[in-house]
Design a protein around this ligand. Structure first.
Ligand code: PRP
Ligand code: URA
Length: 212
């Protein structure tokens, strides 16, 4: 069995606490939405840790000084619809100058293969640090396809932020996209016979939008 590569597990207590609340089946849609947004803001802190800074000169009220700015680093946030939408605003709060793209994918419930139905990306995706966001990395089919699509549009630097993952999904991304770093709050045990993460949190899209 291949070992897991390119994965950062975010163990911060606030992240782990909020993830536990989110997993609980008694957490309703309103709280689920709020927690997912808070979690994505907290995770974004780690996901963006290595963004390149520029040296600039500024004037404080006291003197002139050199300081750091993310002035030339351009970010693109790309949620995979639907559930990725629940994580997008949490990052945009921290990086308001980021542009957002959207990729629409759903899993065929029989084959578990991703079916693509929408794509709109920033025109300059090639020049941006792209963060693909989706709360669930299960078989990895959707993430691999989402990353393939952003690369097809020219993206050269792509990272994946997913709240809950399993080894199967991480290995799939490792194999298809060895250049992509994966950020997750948990590597869960395994997939069940229906391709759901165990213990997981259930169907993220349905819980986020209250569709079941
Ligand atoms: C969920 C989830 C991921 C995908 C993960 O979306 O948000 O996109 O499943 O599974 P995978 O790793 O096996 O591809 P879903 O297909 O349920 O669509 P939805 O967000 O529109 O409900
Ligand atoms: N998609 C979900 O929403 N949840 C899972 O556990 C697996 C795929």
């Amino acid at each position: 069995m291949n070992e897991l590569r390119n994965v950062t597990v975010i163990t911060h207590p606030l992240v782990q606490h909020k993830l536990t609340l989110l997993r609980d089946k008694n957490t309703g849609t309103k709280d689920f939405r709020c927690l997912l947004q808070e979690l994505s803001t907290l995770m974004a802190y780690e996901v963006t840790r290595d963004l390149p800074l520029d040296d600039v000169e500024i004037e404080t009220p006291i003197c002139t000084t050199r300081a750091k700015l993310l002035s030339s680093c351009k970010v693109g946030v790309v949620p995979i619809l639907r559930a990725g939408l629940g994580m997008a605003d949490g990052i945009m709060t921290l990086i308001p100058t980021a542009k957002m793209g959207h990729i629409g994918l759903f899993r065929n419930p029989e084959t578990l293969k991703p079916v693509s139905y929408y794509c709109k990306l920033p025109v300059d995706a090639a020049d941006r640090e792209i963060i693909v966001v989706d709360p669930m990395l299960a078989t990895g089919g959707s993430a691999c396809e989402g990353i393939r699509i952003v690369k097809e549009h020219g993206a050269k630097s792509v990272r994946l932020m997913c709240l809950v993952s399993v080894p199967e999904g991480i290995r799939a991304v490792n194999e298809a996209h060895p250049d992509v770093q994966i950020y997750t709050a948990s590597v869960d045990s395994h997939l069940n016979d229906h391709g759901y993460i165990v213990p997981g949190l259930g169907d993220a899209g349905d819980r986020l939008f209250g569709t079941k």
